[in-house]
Design a binder for this molecule. Structure first.
Ligand code: DGJ
Length: 738
C-alpha cells in the first residue's frame, strides 16, 4: 500500500509511481506539512525536512519554549487565532463567541479504495486497488468536535485528492465560518500562478503571474463557478513550459462560489488554499451534524503543463465522468439554436432534421423555445410543457418523427430558472431565490429558482422526468443563464441564510443525480450561457459541456486551448456555426471552423437548409472525417504545441496521439497571413522516435524523432497557404507505416 505511517517519527508518506506527499504530526499534535512533489524514496524519517529553530519576533505555542511557532511551521490544515498569522483553512465560531480551536491528532485509518462524498461529486475508483486513502481524525476536546482530513492517492495518475469533514459531537452548536477543502504550504515562492480567467464568450483564457509577497487569489461570488474565473489554479516554476518543468495543479470539484488563493509570507513560504468561498458563508452545525467540503484534485507534473493536463484529462475522463456515455463515442450533433433562435415550428425543425440526416448527422438537438409560450427570452422558464402552437404533435410526436428519419433526438432545458411570466411563478412566487422586501434583480429577464428547497427540486424533477419519460429523448442540454443576486431562501431560518448558496449547489447536484440515475441512457451536456459553469463538479454528472457561446473559429482557439489545461477534449462541446459569426461578425472558412471544432465533442449549430450544395458536400466530408477519427480525437493523448497566448498569438497548434502512438492528428491555425515570412516548421510531440509515419497529403515518410525534433517543414509541406490569407488552418493526419 503506497501510504506509510511511521509511529516513531509520526509521519505519513503518500507515495505513487511519480509523486510523494509527506505529512507530520507537530509538537503540539496539530498536522504539519513536509513535502509535496516528485516521488521520494521512502525512509523511516523525513524529520530533517523540518526545522523548529527559533525565529525572531514570533508568537510561540509553549510557555518557556521559543522554538515552536505555527507562524513558522508548514501546516496541513492551519487553524485561526493561535501563533499563525496567515489566513487559516478553517474557522469555527462557538457559542461563547470564541473562534479559537485546538484540533489535534487523535487517530487515523489507511485503506485501499476511496469513499464517496455524500451529496457531492468526486473522483472515484472502480477497483479498490486503484487508490489508497488516508483519513486523519483531529479532535478538539473542548468543543467535542472532529475534523477528518481525507487524502486519496491514485496508483495510475499523478494525483492526490483531498477533502475535509467536520463533525459536531458536542451538545452545543458551532458555526463554520470558513471550511476550505485543502491547504498546502510550499517551501518557497519561486512560482508563477496560472489561472483560467475570462467572461462570457471569452472563457478560460490562460493568465500567468509571478507570485509576490502577500495574497493573490481568484474566486467566484456569483453563485456558480463562473466564466470569470475557473475553479483551477496551478503553480509552475518560472522555467516550466508546456513540455518540461515542474507544475502543481489544484482543481476544485465544485460548481458554486469558490476561493483559490496563494499567500506568500515573510519567509517566502507559499500557502495555497482552495475551497468554498468563505465570504458570505456560514454553516450552522448542530449537535450530531456534519459538514462535508468538496474535493480538491492536486496534480504534480515534472513534464510541464501538458503533463499536468494529461493527468487531469485521463483522470477526469475515466474516474470523474460516469455512466454509459463516459466511454462511448459522442454523437455528431446538430443544434438549431443559431439556425433559428426562437423562431421555429415542427415543419421547420423537420426540414432541418431531414437535411441533417442526409449529411451524416447522428443527433438533432432542439434548443430553447419549445415550451410554455416562449417566443423570446422574457417568458415561460419553469413551464416545462410543450408549446402546441409550435409543436402540435408535442415533443413525443416530433422526437418520433426525427427518430424515423434515423436521427436521435435531444432537448434543451434550463431547470434552475423561472420567468415571472409563467404559470410556475403565478403559482409559486416564493420559489425564487430572494430576500423579503428587497428588489429582485433579473438576468436575461429571469430569476433563479430556490434549489436549496427540496420541494422545488422535487417539482422540477417531476416536470423533467415526465418529458423524458414520454418521448424518446437521447440527449439533454442543461442550460443556466444567469448568476445569483439577493441570495436568500424563504424556508430557511435567519441563522441559516448564509448556507443558501451552497445548499443551492447541493440541490443542483441532487437533481442531476436523480435524472442521470433515472435516465441512464441519456447523454447530458451542461451549459451556462456557453461556458460560464464549466467545472469538474458538473463533469461528474454530464460528461460534456458547451464550451462557449462564442463559436468563432479564431476565438475558439484561445477558449479551447485554455479549457484543455484541465478538461479533456471529450468534455468540450465544439460546434461549427454560420458566418459572419454571430458573436464577433468574423468570416472564416468552413474548413477552418471544422478544423478547430474537431478537437472537441464535434457538432454544428446552424441551419443546414440554407447551405449551398458545395457547402453541404464539405459538411458531409467533415462529418465523415470526424466519425473515422472520433475515437482518437475524443480519447487520444492531447498535446498543446503552440499557444495563442504567447508571442503575438498569431499561430496556435495542438495534436492528439493514440495510445499505441501509431496514429496522430495535429491542427495548426494561423490568424493573419504574413508577408514574406521566413521558414517555418511544426514540432510534434508524443510520437515514437523509431516509428515511421506517413502524413496524409505529404510526400515520403518521416520518423518520429524527425517530426519531434526537426519538425514538419511547413513551407514545403503546404506550399504557400501558410503565408497566404487570414484564418487559415491545416490538419495533419499521421499513420504509422508499421
Ligand atoms: C445559452 C446557451 O449557451 C446557448 O447555446 C443557447 O442554448 C441559449 N442559452 C438558449 O437560450
Amino acid at each position: 500500500m503506497p501510504i506509510y505511517y511511521n509511529e516513531d517519527s509520526k509521519e505519513f508518506h503518500l507515495q505513487s509511481e511519480k509523486v510523494s506527499y509527506i505529512i507530520n504530526i507537530l509538537k503540539n499534535n496539530q498536522l504539519g506539512h513536509l513535502y509535496f512533489g516528485k516521488k521520494l524514496r521512502h525512509r523511516d524519517s523525513f524529520s530533517h525536512l523540518y526545522t523548529s529553530e527559533a525565529k525572531a519576533n514570533v508568537a510561540c505555542v509553549f510557555e518557556g519554549d521559543l522554538s515552536f511557532s505555527l507562524d513558522t511551521s508548514k501546516q496541513e490544515y492551519p487553524a485561526y487565532g493561535t501563533t499563525d498569522f496567515r489566513e487559516p483553512a478553517f474557522q469555527v465560531l462557538q457559542e461563547n463567541g470564541s473562534r479559537v480551536t485546538n484540533f489535534v491528532y487523535k487517530n487515523h485509518k489507511i485503506y485501499f479504495g476511496k469513499q464517496k462524498l455524500a451529496g457531492l461529486p468526486a473522483t472515484y475508483v472502480e477497483q479498490e486497488n486503484e487508490a489508497s486513502t488516508l483519513e486523519i481524525s483531529l479532535y478538539d476536546d473542548l468543543i467535542d468536535a472532529e475534523l477528518i482530513l481525507s487524502y486519496s492517492i491514485f496508483e495510475q495518475f499523478s494525483a492526490i485528492t483531498r477533502n475535509v469533514k467536520f463533525v459536531n459531537h458536542g451538545k452545543g452548536n458551532i458555526n463554520l465560518t470558513r471550511a476550505m477543502s485543502a491547504s498546502v504550504d510550499f517551501f518557497d515562492a519561486d512560482f508563477e500562478m496560472v489561472q483560467l480567467s475570462g467572461a462570457w464568450a471569452r472563457e478560460r483564457h490562460v493568465k500567468m503571474r509571478k507570485l509576490e509577497s502577500g495574497i493573490q487569489s481568484i474566486s467566484s461570488l456569483r453563485g456558480t463557478s463562473s466564466s470569470q474565473q475557473n475553479p483551477f489554479l496551478a503553480l509552475k516554476r518560472p522555467d516550466t513550459n508546456e513540455h518540461q518543468g515542474e507544475v502543481y495543479g489544484f482543481s476544485l470539484v465544485y460548481s458554486g462560489n469558490f476561493l483559490a488563493q496563494v499567500e506568500v509570507d515573510y519567509y517566502d513560504v507559499s500557502r495555497i488554499t482552495m475551497g468554498i468561498h468563505p465570504f458570505d458563508f456560514n454553516w450552522l452545525l448542530q449537535s450530531g451534524e456534519s459538514f462535508q467540503t468538496p474535493e480538491v484534485v492536486m496534480v504534480y507534473s515534472n513534464s510541464g503543463l501538458n503533463g499536468m493536463s494529461q493527468t487531469y484529462h485521463s483522470l477526469y475522463r475515466s474516474r470523474l465522468a460516469r455512466g454509459k456515455w463516459r466511454d462511448q463515442e459522442r454523437p455528431v450533433l446538430i443544434n438549431n439554436w443559431e439556425g433559428t433562435y426562437f423562431d421555429f415550428n415542427e415543419q421547420k425543425i423537420l426540414e432541418m432534421a431531414e437535411a441533417s440526416k442526409e449529411l451524416g448527422f447522428e443527433l438533432f438537438v432542439l434548443d430553447d423555445g419549445w415550451f410554455g409560450k416562449r417566443d423570446d427570452d422574457t417568458t415561460s422558464l419553469g413551464d416545462w410543457f410543450v408549446d402546441k402552437r409550435k409543436l402540435p404533435n408535442g415533443i413525443k410526436g416530433l422526437a418520433e418523427k426525427i427518430n424515423e428519419l434515423g436521427l436521435q433526438f435531444g432537448l434543451w432545458f434550463e431547470p434552475e430558472m423561472i420567468s415571472k411570466i409563467s404559470e410556475l411563478y403565478s403559482n409559486h412566487p416564493d420559489w425564487i431565490i430572494h430576500v423579503p422586501n428587497r428588489r429582485q434583480s433579473h438576468g436575461r429577464n429571469q430569476y433563479v429558482l430556490d434549489f436549496s428547497r427540496k420541494d422545488v427540486v422535487d417539482y422540477i424533477y417531476g416536470m423533467m422526468a415526465k418529458v423524458l419519460d414520454e418521448a424518446p429523448i437521447s440527449y439533454v442540454k442543461w442550460d443556466m443563464n444567469r448568476y445569483m443576486t439577493e441570495i436568500g431562501s424563504a424556508l430557511l431560518p435567519a441563522d441559516r441564510q448564509r448556507e443558501v448558496a451552497h445548499r443551492y449547489i447541493l440541490g443542483v447536484y441532487d437533481l442531476y443525480e436523480r435524472l442521470t440515475t433515472e435516465f441512464p441512457d441519456v447523454l447530458f451536456e451542461s451549459c451556462a450561457s456557453g461556458g460560464c459553469r464549466f467545472d469538474p463538479g458538473l463533469l461528474y454528472y454530464a460528461p460534456q459541456a458547451w464550451t462557449s457561446d462564442d463559436t468563432d473559429a479564431v476565438e475558439r482557439l484561445k477558449i479551447q486551448y485554455g479549457t484543455s489545461f484541465v478538461y479533456p477534449l471529450s468534455s468540450m462541446g465544439a460546434h461549427v456555426s454560420a458566418v459572419p459569426n454571430h458573436q464577433v461578425g468574423r468570416v472564416t472558412s468552413l474548413e477552418t471552423r471544422a478544423n478547430v471544432a474537431y478537437f472537441g465533442a464535434f457538432g454544428y449549430e446552424l441551419d443546414v437548409t440554407k447551405m449551398s450544395e458545395e457547402e453541404k458536400e464539405s459538411v458531409r466530408e467533415q462529418i465523415n472525417f470526424y466519425k473515422e477519427n472520433r475515437n482518437l480525437l475524443q480519447t487520444g493523448t492531447f498535446y498543446r504545441l503552440i499557444s495563442p497566448f504567447e508571442k503575438d498569438g498569431n499561430v496556435t497548434s495542438w495534436m492528439v496521439v493514440s495510445e499505441d502512438q501509431k496514429e496522430a492528428i495535429a491542427g495548426r491555425y494561423q490568424v493573419l497571413g504574413k508577408p514574406n515570412s521566413g521558414y517555418e516548421r511544426l514540432l510534434l510531440k508524443g510520437l515514437r522516435d523509431d516509428v515511421e509515419y506517413k502524413i496524409e497529403g505529404l510526400h515520403g515518410s518521416f520518423y518520429g524523432d524527425e517530426l519531434m525534433n526537426a519538425g514538419i517543414q511547413l513551407d514545403q509541406a503546404v506550399s504557400g497557404s501558410l503565408q497566404w490569407g487570414d484564418y487559415t488552418s491545416q490538419i495533419f493526419i499521421l499513420t504509422s507505416l508499421s
